[in-house]
Design a binder for this molecule. Sequence first.
Ligand SMILES: *Cc1c(COP(=O)(O)O)cnc(C)c1O
Length: 446
Amino acid sequence: MIELAHRLPQRRKLVTALPGPRSAALAARRKAAVAAGVGSTAPVFAADADGGVLVDVDGNSLIDLGSGIAVTSVGASHPAVAAAIAEQAARFTHTCFMVTPYEEYVRVAEELAALTPGDHDKRSVLFNSGAEAVENAVKVARLATGRTAVVAFDHAYHGRTNLTMALTAKNMPYKERFGPFAPEIYRMPMSYPYRDEPGLTGAMAARRAISRIETQLGADAVAAVIVEPIQGEGGFIVPAPGFLAALSDWAREHGIVFIADEVQTGFARTGAWFACEHEGVVPDLITMAKGIAGGMPLAAVTGRAELLDAVHSGGLGGTYGGNPVACAAASATLGVMRELDLPARAREIEAVVLPRLRELAAETGVVGDVRGRGAMLALELVRPGTAEPAPELAKAVAANALSQGLLTLTCGTYGNVIRLLPPLVIGPDLLADGIGVLADALRASA
Ligand SMILES: *Cc1c(COP(=O)(O)O)cnc(C)c1O
């Protein structure tokens, strides 16, 4: 892994206890002005970020192994992205594509057609958030099939709007008392190799879900099956090999739209442009956001031309969808990803980090499972000698790491997963330091 040039020194350095006085003062202002329902992982306020570091308002330099939840894969201030944003903003920030179209939107759609799996004829539509992309993929699938039922999976996360809350599996904190939820959503068992009965193959896990769909709904009622090829918020669950392929084959046989939600896994994160590629799966529709635009809010649905073109003119859109500044950032981001071959870099990160995580698992006895692909890696923490989830341990490890200047995220249905989502441009020394801090935090808390 080569060291890339960065604007900020790529090193961990604490100059105050966390939070420092400036962050503490901002936290007090925040409490009086910002809704309590918005949580934050870290108690520090950001001032600057570049490569693999995030500098807070007190001058502490933290190692960022979260990338703002898999968003800043090219870093949070890549010069090519910043320049594209400035150049576009200086010409025009908005016209509304539904009023006066512009080339930047078309270019992103062309790029997505070329990048996403499959060589069929494709169309794209752009939005502002992952949830909006998912909502619209479901709209397209329902209209194109004339059916209503949508199948989602255990541990799924698809967003926080009404329809996507219904698709999301976990109650706290996403759904608790926010109902009633959108109807016609059906939840099926996921392939979760660590927690499934031993020997359950991907094909068997798919069959388990399919037979339930067939008996409870009937295949003919189903408009779409939506699945994250590697589940994100649900715990970085990598389904057993063959699960996705069996599911998508069955969907195709029955005229069901197979939607891959690659909002978290897309854009080089897992060592391929899209995680479906690892399983040789070509989705009918693919939802994307997070890593697409170097931090700018942009989302997309790309898929089969006959599905997206089935929708009447005016049926899809939104005031800000495909904002020109966000589109310019996306084209620049995709250019950086190609130029630096970030899928290969994600594989290098896996090659460096995964063995270290396995060593840690063997050493500490509190890691039930080490999993993930590319730069989307996780530790599932359990009580020693059992598979019982240890969420308090995950919390303690993340807090300990943070106190030493390492930002990590937790996730999982049981809240017991430490997930690593480094910017793909992180350098080898900083990455090694980060994993060292994580190891110490795990040892100290276990
Ligand atoms: C984050 C995420 C979403 C929602 O994206 P937002 O931009 O937060 O609305 C949807 N699906 C998956 C898989 C995600 O990880």
